[in-house]
Design a protein around this ligand. Structure first.
Ligand code: FE
Ligand code: FE
Ligand code: ZN
Length: 285
């Protein structure tokens, strides 16, 4: 018997009913973390924050042993667009989101590095760094996470090398971490199904495992290296259940918050959370 407290696991939740409601929903499906969009994913303005609602969520998290939350920037936010107005919106939205995250200190804010749309990865990385340095204010209590990408179109962040370059070139680089999305790295070409330990060693060599702060758990509808980014339910895709068993039992990974972004309703998420918790328990016993 082990005395491990179990894994920190949750899924993406709708923010429509506010913060406290997300905390209650998470608990009702067996989750002890969750992800949410900081604003409408299609862009636009963020709703004013109800501080009382945030305080209720914080109390709920403290009472129920939650791990860190993994907020998600809208996926339309592109810091390295070729269009100045798109870049400008992305910078302002991110700055505002990070200011709002200060109301929920010591959690994570995850974003897609962006698509360079033909400008080249190097120019894209320079724009991403300029944007991050403009949005992030020294002393902020949120760790900003770069998400590993599938390499669809001109996405920046498919390789560990690109993510490392962003972290090296930003003035705020030491405040950045990485969120590893299992579907994205698989679609990007990394064989986490057959060679998880090798991929983690490569991550450690290029980025440093201490920078890995969160996981997105998604199976993939496509074979490795497809660059498609189509999520599948856990165990129903090309990664398969054994890949996830390895992930939730891996001592380098099992203390990180894990977020499901699989095509599910709440009951489907509850079942996946239960399955992954059991795999973890059995694997580490
Ligand atoms: Fe994402
Ligand atoms: Fe993801
Ligand atoms: Zn994805």
């Amino acid at each position: 018997m082990s005395n491990n407290p179990g894994i920190v696991l949750g899924c993406h939740l709708s923010a429509a009913k506010g913060f406290a409601a997300m905390g209650r929903t998470a608990t009702s499906i067996g989750a002890n973390t969750f992800a949410f969009f900081t604003r409408n994913p299609r862009g636009g303005n963020a709703k004013a924050i109800d501080k009382e609602d945030v305080a209720k969520l914080q109390a709920h998290m403290d009472a129920n042993g939650f791990g860190k939350l993994v907020a998600h920037a809208p996926y339309t936010l592109n810091l390295c667009s070729a269009k100045p107005d798109v870049v400008d919106f992305a910078r302002r939205a991110m700055a505002e989101d990070l200011q709002r995250m200060e109301l929920l200190p010591h959690n994570y804010y995850n974003f897609h590095p962006g698509s360079h749309v033909g400008q080249g990865a190097d120019a894209g990385i320079d724009l991403i760094c300029a944007g991050l340095d403009q949005a992030y204010e020294p002393g902020m209590k949120t760790t900003v996470l770069l998400e590993t990408m599938a390499g669809k179109g001109s996405e920046v962040g498919r390789t560990f090398e690109e993510l490392a370059r962003i972290m090296e070139r930003c003035r705020c680089g030491n405040m950045l971490g990485v969120c590893l999305d299992t579907c994205h790295v698989w679609d990007g070409g990394y064989d986490i199904r057959e060679n998880l330990e090798e991929v983690l060693s490569e991550f450690d060599r290029i980025i440093g495992l201490e920078r890995l702060k969160a996981l997105h758990l998604n199976d993939s509808k496509n074979p490795r290296g497809s660059h498609k980014d189509r999520h599948e339910k856990i165990g129903k895709g090309h990664l398969g259940i054994q890949a996830f068993e390895q992930v939730v039992c891996n001592p380098k990974l099992c203390d990180l918050p894990m977020i499901l972004e699989t095509p599910n309703e709440l009951d489907g998420y509850a079942a996946e959370i239960d399955l992954l918790r059991r795999l973890h328990q059995e694997g580490v016993r």
